[in-house]
Design a protein around this ligand. Structure first.
Ligand SMILES: *Cc1c(COP(=O)(O)O)cnc(C)c1O
Length: 370
């Protein structure tokens, strides 16, 4: 036995083959590398307005209780989510980010004998949680960078246990219509769990949103996931949740860690839901920033994938890595998405007007100098 590999060989096979999730480059890291302070990070779909004042004061008020365990059932936050969504509290599962929900679903429903369906270019965490439990991923070729729902249905067989659909999808920003999703769910066997990942729900124009929560009554196999990381500006605190049938919520609750949401995250999420002005300002900033970036792409002769989220992927028609590196050297962090089979694209998170301009100026310089 090769001694240096011995521990590695002890790991379950799915884990041996895993490629770890690659997050956006942290600001502090680039600051150290470049020795400069002016860095703009448009790489992780974070809220460029930061954190709302209501959230900050809720956190202040909770600091006195840090020695206590948090409420393991998240009673207060679930009450507010229940009122807001119209589903009962026992249909809600809170997660340490919605990523944790994705993992709980995989651990609850998958075995190495079972298969999971998701689209090419879909969110990187789907293959990760699938492989970690040793299940088989069936990746369906994308249709115009979005999900091909008919092809996904055609992939269903007796071993299929789970389907992941991100709507809008990350990193492409593509959006499915409510009608297309409704008919997909009607055709999907009830023995297949469907995760509808709505991490960017709040950014979707109201008339374009899927009626996903209404479908829960009809589809006990549906899990809708949402997050506080994007529109609500709480990425650093890690809070997400799912809405599902009571049966699924009960199962997920058995698997999760008893105190998976920390106390500050719980009070912050509750406060974030009460701050309508902050949410409105966030959406407004996003709409204007999206226009600012796409106007620039048009002017530079670049194509992009129309996005319903708080980011946009632009087609450079050349390897994106050198452009990514050149942007880094100018203090701009964006996201290369070669790991999503899109090596000629960069994904740009929408920032404030000033941040967008900083990126635009850097990009313009780079593209006119090559
Ligand atoms: C960002 C994102 C999430 C979740 O992030 P959390 O911070 O874990 O809530 C989930 N799905 C998609 C598609 C995302 O882009």
């Amino acid at each position: 036995m090769n001694k240096s590999n011995s521990i590695f060989d002890l790991a379950v096979q799915g884990v041996q083959q895993l490629i770890p999730y690659a997050p956006g480059k942290p600001i502090g890291e680039l600051e150290r590398e470049l020795g400069v302070q002016e860095i703009v990070k448009l790489a992780s779909n974070e809220n460029p307005l930061g954190t709302g004042s209501k959230v900050l004061s809720a956190i202040q008020n909770a600091l006195a209780d840090l020695a206590r365990y948090p409420d393991g059932n998240g009673y207060a936050l679930k009450q507010v989510l229940s009122r807001k969504s119209g589903v009962s509290s026992n249909q809600i599962t809170l997660g340490n980010g919605s990523n944790e929900i994705l993992e709980l679903v995989a651990r609850t429903f998958l075995t190495p004998e079972l298969e999971v369906i998701f689209s090419q270019h879909a969110f990187a965490v789907y293959p990760l949680v699938t492989q970690a439990v040793g299940a088989t991923a069936r990746v369906v070729p994308a249709l115009n960078y979005g999900h091909d729902l008919n092809a996904m249905l055609a992939m269903v067989n007796e071993n299929t246990r789970l389907v992941f659909i991100a709507n809008p999808n990350n990193p492409t920003g593509t959006l499915l219509t409510s009608a297309a999703l409704a008919s997909f769910l009607d055709s999907l066997p009830e023995t297949v769990i469907c995760v509808l990942d709505e991490a960017y729900f709040e950014f979707v124009k109201e008339q374009d949103r899927a009626h996903s929560v209404c479908w829960l009554a009809k589809h006990p196999n549906l899990i809708v996931t949402r997050t506080f990381s994007k529109a609500y500006g709480l990425a650093g605190l890690r809070v997400g949740y799912s809405l599902s049938s009571i049966e699924i919520a009960d199962l997920l609750n058995r698997v999760r860690q008893p105190f998976n949401n920390n106390m500050l995250a719980l009070v912050a999420a509750e406060a974030a839901l009460s701050d309508k002005d902050f949410l409105a300002a966030t959406i407004n900033t996003n709409n204007q920033g999206m226009q600012q970036l796409t106007d620039t792409f048009l002017e530079l002769g670049l194509q992009w994938i129309p996005s319903a989220g708080n980011f946009v992927s632009v087609d450079l028609k050349q390897p994106a890595m050198p452009i990514y590196e050149a942007l880094l050297s100018k203090g701009v962090i964006v996201r290369p998405i070669a790991n999503y089979e899109m090596p000629e694209f960069l994904r740009i998170s929408i920032g404030t007007e000033k941040e967008n301009l900083f990126f635009i100026n850097a990009l313009r310089e780079i593209l006119t100098n090559v």
